[in-house]
Design a protein around this ligand. Structure first.
Ligand SMILES: Cc1cc2nc3c(=O)[nH]c(=O)nc-3n(C[C@H](O)[C@H](O)[C@H](O)COP(=O)(O)OP(=O)(O)OC[C@H]3O[C@@H](n4cnc5c(N)ncnc54)[C@H](O)[C@@H]3O)c2cc1C
Length: 391
């Protein structure tokens, strides 16, 4: 069991502070954003209820090229050039035109954080926000003020003042997995009603660990029994559970002057529930907008509009992926599904499909020229900053 590092009781001292950018959530989206804001000279504060890397939120598989281009290659545990697809009656090997790698969550988060040495990190549970020209964020340790506030808190979208979405009524999938000691050579996926009625199951090896889980597109369907059953079938103990809700619909990327990124904006891709790559991608996009604002080249309003438009540009792709998810959810038992799985295993079709899929958030985006490299203008005094004597 991982040791809980989060401060408790008396160690949880009061925290009230002003800063330029307050990033709520220190996982894939939040830490990538903090790193993208390095060298701006801005006071960036990152909050999470847990210490960095303490709680893994996923099976941690992502396209290798993204990890390498972000300088996170050393966290890779195992790399795969094929996906082994199982249906109830067939197994097909899909050759991939690019590789996926499983990685170590704690090391990856640590490395992202190391890349943002001038940002500050505090453990605190975020409860809500009063929005305004300078937002006030409420936490269990006190109030924090910042003109630029980012919700990278995951599916709950804590900083939204809209009515809360709660499963099973909300548009969310359900995911649960075990991290068992064990090994394997293949990245495996099952679309098989014996485990999940509408959804899929997986086994992702990560050098000495098997991450075995089930995801249901239908939030009312429980997945624990199925996860235990699959682990038993793969002959590993159902140890170290972790689960979460997974948004499967794109949501507004800004609201009341607040930025949302990653799962809080529904950036996790429907159908595949691949959420790490989009969290990196949209966090970089947001970081590039915020750099403009911090350098005095754009107002907060402009950043809100531009980032919102960037996210919304992907609406059609997300709608198509969601339609495919509905289709797969309804056809898990059918001959059509077996035929589709076989067809995607054909090199030409598979290559075409996967290259289009990767292009939704292409790895090249990680290495776009940084806006920071453009010198600030005379108006470069950051317009959005607040006096921060407490920093
Ligand atoms: C079982 C499972 C397996 C998955 N496997 C994969 C996979 O292999 N590959 C992939 O690409 N995607 C996978 N996903 C999806 C992926 O995990 C998410 O899309 C991704 O984690 C989103 O990143 P994020 O930074 O937006 O949010 P999160 O990773 O959810 O991070 C949110 C952060 O906010 C913190 N937080 C939440 N609420 C509060 C609060 N009130 N106060 C303070 N802090 C708070 C949390 O502690 C956390 O650190 C999986 C999901 C599940 C459920």
């Amino acid at each position: 069991m991982p040791t809980r590092a989060t401060k408790r009781g008396a160690q949880r001292t009061p925290l009230t502070r002003d800063c330029d950018v307050l990033i709520c959530g220190a996982s894939f989206a939040g830490l990538t954003l903090a790193r993208e804001l390095e060298d701006t000279g801005a006071h960036v504060l990152v909050l999470d209820r847990y210490e960095i890397g303490e709680r893994s939120t996923s099976a941690c598989a992502a396209p290798t090229d993204w990890l390498v281009r972000l300088g996170l290659g050393q966290t890779i545990r195992q790399t795969f050039g094929e996906l082994v697809m199982h249906t109830a009656s067939s197994t097909v090997r899909w050759p991939l035109p690019f590789t996926f790698s499983t990685f170590d969550y704690r090391s990856l988060c640590g490395l992202l954080h190391e890349g943002a040495p001038s940002s500050k990190f505090e453990t605190a549970t975020v409860a809500g926000i009063d929005t305004g020209p300078v937002h006030v964020v409420h936490t269990d340790r006190g109030e924090l003020r910042a003109p630029l506030v980012v919700d990278a808190l995951g599916w709950r979208r804590v900083l939204s003042n809209a009515p809360a979405i709660q499963p099973p009524h909300a548009r969310l999938s359900r995911g649960l997995e075990v991290h068992a000691d064990g090994s394997g050579d293949d990245l495996e996926v099952w679309i098989d009603r014996r485990y999940v009625r509408a959804g899929y199951s997986w086994s992702f090896p990560a050098a000495g660990e098997l991450r075995i889980g089930c995801g249901s597109f239908e939030p009312r369907d429980h997945v624990k029994e199925a996860t235990v059953e699959l682990a038993a079938r793969l002959d590993v103990p159902a140890d170290r559970y972790q689960g979460n809700w997974i948004p499967h619909k794109l949501r507004a990327a800004t609201e009341d002057g607040v930025f949302f990124v990653g799962d809080s904006a529904g950036h996790c891709l429907p159908l595949t529930a691949e959420g790490i790559r989009p969290a990196f991608y949209f966090a970089l996009a947001l970081g590039r907008e915020l750099r403009h604002t911090l350098a005095g080249r754009a107002t907060r309003q402009q950043a809100l509009e531009r980032y919102s438009a960037f996210s919304a540009q992907h609406a059609w792709t997300y709608a198509c992926m969601l339609a495919a998810q509905h289709l797969v959810g309804r056809t898990t038992a059918s001959v059509a599904l077996r035929a589709a799985v076989r067809a995607a295993g054909l090199p030409m079709i598979g290559r075409w499909a996967f290259q289009h899929y990767l292009a939704i958030a292409p790895p090249q985006f990680a290495q776009c020229r940084r806006i920071s490299q453009v010198p600030a203008t005379a108006a470069g005094t950051p317009a959005m900053r607040v006096a921060s004597s407490a920093w």
